[in-house]
Design a binder for this molecule. Structure first.
Ligand SMILES: C[S@@+](CC[C@H](N)C(=O)[O-])C[C@H]1O[C@@H](n2cnc3c(N)ncnc32)[C@H](O)[C@@H]1O
Length: 275
């Protein structure tokens, strides 16, 4: 299995990741978190620091660290976090692999992963490493989607083609179905107090506010999928149908009775206390 990252590491992709974290801040990133000033957190697979940026804004006293395999992402994270909180320029950001973290055992109070395990050939190894670097009683929070859950109304065969391409990419290059596995995998890795469940995101035509949310979600997904078309084409999917699938998504908010759904799994757990 290769390590192809669908979106590359361009400045456009880094801007997309920052906008993406802002989009999910109140629905996925922050709910249920209660980090205290002075506590430490590591984001594994932090990309250009988009999620760390939201955490630093919400929890100004949090001491943050991050790791990503790509030097370009870590360079971006350094400059982005310095704009979010000048002191965050002191964040401990490293280039490295989630399967062998460069920190000693029991280094952190909290760990975080988002849109990350879906890219890994061996997600269990990353969970074991996360457990190792957490202090006893330390928490992990994970958000991951599944690539069978992107459904639209009205139906469109072109959208189905695009959804299938997206699924096939993650099936070949990562974990298309990681969401439903998170709970059991955390348990197997040795975590305690494991919680995991699907969160449905569903948008439909209705009031002006509902229309705006539908439009925002379709636009968010189009921004995610459109740059991936060349990669999908390389796998044998049809460029014209893929482009028409994007067109359907962008037109969707204007179609009668339009709706769109997708499912994200949110999991949390603790490193068992000693004794
Ligand atoms: C979709 S990005 C998500 C970044 C961030 N969590 C966010 O939501 O903005 C996934 C990141 O995982 C990184 N990555 C993939 N495999 C990795 C590995 N084995 N170790 C560390 N980072 C890895 C990629 O370089 C990429 O930056």
């Amino acid at each position: 299995m290769s390590h192809t990252y669908l979106h590359g590491f361009t400045a456009d992709e880094q801007r997309r990741l920052i906008a993406q974290a802002a989009y999910w801040r109140d629905t996925l990133i922050l709910p249920g978190l209660a980090y205290k000033p002075g506590e430490s957190l590591v984001e594994i697979g932090c990309g250009c620091g988009a999620v760390l940026g939201e955490l630093v804004r919400a929890f100004p006293g949090l001491r943050v660290s991050g790791i990503d395999r790509e030097e370009r992402q870590i360079e971006c994270a350094r400059s982005y976090l310095a704009t979010v909180r000048p002191g965050a320029a002191g964040a401990d950001l490293r280039v490295g692999d989630a399967a062998s973290l460069p920190w000693p055992d029991e280094s952190f109070d909290h760990a975080s992963m988002m849109w990350f395990l879906e890219h890994l050939p061996d997600p269990a190894a990353a969970l074991r490493e996360a457990l190792r670097v957490l202090r006893p009683g330390g928490t992990i929070t994970i958000n991951e989607t599944e690539y069978t859950t992107f459904k639209v109304w009205p139906l469109s065969e072109d959208w189905d083609h695009l959804e299938q391409a997206q699924y096939e990419h993650f099936r070949r290059h990562g974990q298309a179905l990681i969401g439903r596995r998170l709970g059991a995998m955390l348990h197997t890795a040795g975590f305690a107090e494991v919680r995991s469940g699907p969160m449905g995101f569903h948008f439909f035509r209705g009031t002006p506010g509902q229309d705006a949310a539908l439009r925002a979600h379709c636009e968010y997904l189009a921004e995610f999928l459109e740059p991936a078309i060349p990669e999908f084409e390389k796998m044998g999917f049809d460029r014209d149908r893929l482009s028409r699938g994007i067109g359907h998504l962008r037109r969707l908010p204007e179609l009668p009775e339009a709706a769109i759904t997708n499912v994200v799994y949110r999991a949390s757990a603790k490193r068992p206390p000693l004794g």
